[in-house]
Write a protein that binds this ligand. Sequence first.
Ligand code: GDP
Ligand code: MG
Length: 175
Amino acid sequence: MARTGNKNIQAKLVLLGDMGTGKTSLVLRFVKGQFYDFQESTIGAAFFTQVLSLNEATIKFDIWDTAGQERYHSLAPMYYRGAAAAVVVYDITSMDSFERAKKWVQELQRQGNPNLLMILVANKADLETKREVENEKGEQYAKENGLLFFETSAKTAQNVNELFYEIAKNLAKAC
Ligand code: GDP
Ligand code: MG
């Protein structure tokens, strides 16, 4: 296959969202292809890299995961400074986490990088019986605020690769 014009892109990706929404689990599902049931929510390496190859580009993600600072509902600006993409995660079984996700989106909008790609992620889609946040709610909020939207499950892997491929495609397009 012809690979002329192939671009190499390095992109910082940050995760935001309430504690326990599954940020670390999503990253581990994407990077390691596994789900760790008993993982402690505050513990975790804060930095991962993963490469995705598309036809038109190769994207190297530098993924910044929080290590529990989100507990205080604030993150140092250096956490998202220079980010190309921000993934804001909520848990479909927690309306609180959805409300908190909106706050994170507002904070990102305030910090004023118009090129930042923002993605709203409704995680734990496998817990349908405990759902508190309807799919349409997340979808509508995302639409109104110009965010991409995905419902995922780090546990079953539903939509996780799709999420990161879509981010990669959007970044490649923007470059
Ligand atoms: P973080 O604090 O946002 O990084 O959340 P974690 O990734 O540590 O996950 C918090 C808890 O939720 C852990 O017990 C995970 O096993 C669990 N969890 C994460 N993602 C999912 C999911 O998609 N489905 C279910 N059922 N549990 C999940
Ligand atoms: Mg975590």
